[in-house]
Design a protein around this ligand. Sequence first.
Ligand code: ATP
Ligand code: MG
Length: 445
Amino acid sequence: MRLSRYFIPVLKENPAEAQIVSHRLMLRAGLIKQATAGIYSWLPLGFKVLRRLENIIHEEQQRAGHQAIQMPILQSAELWRESGRYDDYGQEMLRMKDRHDRDLLFTPTAEELVTDIFRSHISSYKDLPLTLYQIQWKFRDEIRPRFGVMRGREFYMKDGYNFDLTKEDALHSYNRHLVSYLKTYERMGLRAIPMRADSGPIGGEDTHEFLVLAETGESEVFYDSQVTDLKFGNREIDYDDHSACQSVLDEFTSLYARTDETHEPSVFEKIPPERQRKARGIEVGQIFYFGTKYSEAMGATVTDANGDNSPVHMGSHGIGVSRLVGAIIEANHDEKGIMWPEGVTPFHCGIVNLKQGDLEADDACQDIYQRLTNAGLDPLYDDRNERAGGKFATMDLIGLPWRITVGPRGLKNGVVELTSRREGVSEDLTPEEAVNKLISIYQSV
Ligand code: ATP
Ligand code: MG
């Protein structure tokens, strides 16, 4: 993409309404535009990041054996009356009537709808286990939407639902989700720590939240400093293997890590004092096991091998996709702007032409652009007639991990400059070396 043609409405001034750095940078770098309180339009650069997160989530969900579906945003109140949540949910649920005076609502989550799909089609244990998920817009009429996409009213969420014959199987599904979420967040360049939490309005027995540590986080968290050293890494895991998933869960949850609601001072104090940490975190996901709460209320039963009928065991799992864009920026920025991790960056690299209109520089940029594109990479070429300082400032603000700077002086010596946004380190390479280096970096992401 050529920057001269790209719609990226960069702001020079800091927007007054933004209280935290990610919100400020998302507005300044032209990722989003507020439509009304807690509701945003996603502009090209922001939308690209959202799509990349979505792709990672789809890939990791499918690797874990889960199936993607798409459920509607507007739902009938009927099903929610069956589960009892139509009255329980309160003012966060946006309700409306259609022209026939029927009650509709904007989905805040989808346990009822997915349970209805299940009970309509599945009645035997032979069709289990089953996990269905979607990535879909949700609406919760938050009393105080704030921090941009971090606490919106409309937000993008991956929500998944598992159906299992027994509690034991459902707990395996729980563990499998925990493992696949670890992998998902790491691919996004994030350290999201699974912490035991209270279950809230969804209700249930077992739950972990995934938290990214950040000063601007809304949750107070307590943990053993050693949890931040845990890394899932590149290990391969067989998601059908119960004990393999269990052992990853044990590894990641054996050290104390809890959100405020369930803070237990007595356990926390057993951690050596120098390792006790109290901090703030951003909740980027949550997994639940809630047993037969919905299946009993809504008559979702299956027959087992003996022909006996019983309610199916369920859990649900959410990832805050739009919130993640803010959380990633909270964890990856400096005073100049965003620093995208390679796994989620909107463009793989920027190409800065220091002397637009200089035949040799223009040709070299075009050639680098073409080679990167041919290799399947997506570069952003700053071909504007602007001063170098302005071009660098834009690149630093939008935060692509790599920049190739091309100018007549370097080209005389046969080199361009490859710069890492994160390290701030530059090296002189031939155009071909620079391209090959980027190709190999992105092959390993
Ligand atoms: P919170 O405690 O932050 O209000 P929640 O526990 O009510 O969130 P869940 O039902 O667990 O939310 O939803 C799954 C994920 O969706 C959350 O972990 C979070 O990342 C995201 N999410 C929830 N509410 C919002 C919101 N208002 N804006 C953006 N993302 C949200
Ligand atoms: Mg939650």
